[in-house]
Ligand binder design. Structure first.
Ligand code: MN
Length: 193
């Protein structure tokens, strides 16, 4: 079984003027596709791994029977595939954060504004390429905000992803150039609570 690019449930221009159509098109049809192609290529060597869902491979990275360099490829390319699959859902204009989770966010961070502030600070501080995540700690079920490098996904740490923001330059450079805070601000205009 080969991994495939999931169809976007909305048009590339659906998030205008906050996230521009050209960025969406490149991000989905080129960047996400490239992660999938490279993942499929590395998995050609490992028939046993081909039928397993990507979340499962990434939560079990250490135990995968694969060469170290290939394990790194699965981590990076597979992480890229999973992260972007989630990201398109977070950005979906028809998607809204679960009400129970929203309540939990308020009780954990004080208010929705406090949550956004903490998440934004984390995202602003991230050095290099990576993502800011709101995740549920796999051990104590608490909500935490954490930056993860490159294409790492919370599942690799035994946590559950709730909301993630792509902070690779390819996610915003076309429209916002080096103005990452402006991109983050626009993300909050797109994401619905
Ligand atoms: Mn990306």
């Amino acid at each position: 079984m080969k991994h495939e690019l999931p169809k976007l449930a909305y048009g590339y221009d659906a998030l205008e003027p906050y996230i521009d159509a050209k960025t969406m098109e490149l991000h989905h049809s080129k960047h996400h596709q490239a992660y999938i192609d490279k993942l499929n290529t590395v998995l050609e060597k490992y028939p046993d791994l081909q039928g397993r869902p990507i979340e499962e491979l990434l939560s079990d990275l250490q135990n995968l029977k694969a060469e170290d360099a290939d394990r790194t490829m699965i981590r990076n390319q597979g992480g890229g595939h999973l992260n972007h699959t989630l990201f398109w859902k977070y950005l979906d204009p028809a998607n809204k954060m679960d009400e129970l989770v929203a309540k939990e966010i308020k009780s954990t961070f004080g208010s929705m504004d406090d949550f956004k502030k903490t998440f934004t600070e984390s995202a602003t501080k991230l050095f290099g390429s990576g993502w800011t995540w709101l995740m549920r700690d796999g051990k104590n079920s608490k909500l935490i905000i954490q930056n993860l490098p490159l294409q790492d996904n919370p599942v690799m740490l035994g946590h559950q992803a709730i909301l993630g923001l792509d902070l690779w330059e390819h996610a915003y450079y076309l429209k916002h150039q080096n103005r990452r805070p402006e991109y983050i601000e626009n993300f909050w205009k797109v994401f619905k609570f």
